[in-house]
Design a protein around this ligand. Structure first.
Ligand code: FES
Ligand code: FES
Length: 152
């Protein structure tokens, strides 16, 4: 089957029910997508499917056939960081390597779609990305900063 991953057409010939996260990591070498719970609860494995955040641990790869997948690697294909990543750096919003890729993609889907800088709305949008060790304040600050820069 053919899948568009980070703007590139990829071919996959394995089992149709293989989880999307496993295809991304094992078949395509895109190890930026991380597994947390493996049960659709934590958001660590988030990728964008046709622009919307989804849990790649719940999706059989066949559901991605002919659709557009974006992983965290798509945010900075060259050396330059994407504006949201820059804000994460400035606000010290990057947390552990397990939750951060998913948080970035969910937040990016909000920023890119023209989401508002309303903190409650941002928190709601990010509510599927869980972290029980650090908190969300700096993440929300980074998202707001990115949106304000865009607006200016
Ligand atoms: S690993 Fe997919 S939601 Fe937790
Ligand atoms: S799960 Fe990543 S910092 Fe808490």
């Amino acid at each position: 089957m053919k899948i568009s991953v980070n703007g590139r057409k990829r071919s996959y010939t394995g089992p149709a029910f293989k989880r999307l996260i496993d295809v991304l990591r094992e078949d395509f070498g895109l190890t930026g997508t991380k597994e947390g719970c493996g049960e659709g609860e934590c958001g660590a494995c988030t990728v964008l499917l046709d622009g919307r955040p989804v849990a790649s641990c719940l999706i059989p790869v066949e559901h991605a056939e002919g659709r557009k997948i974006e992983t965290v690697e798509s945010l900075a294909p060259g050396k330059a960081l994407n504006p949201l990543q820059k804000s994460f750096l400035e606000e010290a919003a990057s947390q552990c390597g397990i939750c951060t890729p998913g948080v970035l993609l969910t937040a990016w889907s909000w920023v890119r779609a023209g989401g508002s800088a309303d903190r409650q709305a941002i928190r709601r949008h990010l509510s599927g990305n869980l972290c029980r060790c650090t908190g969300y304040q700096s993440i929300v600050d980074a998202v707001v900063k990115t949106i304000k820069r865009r607006i200016r």
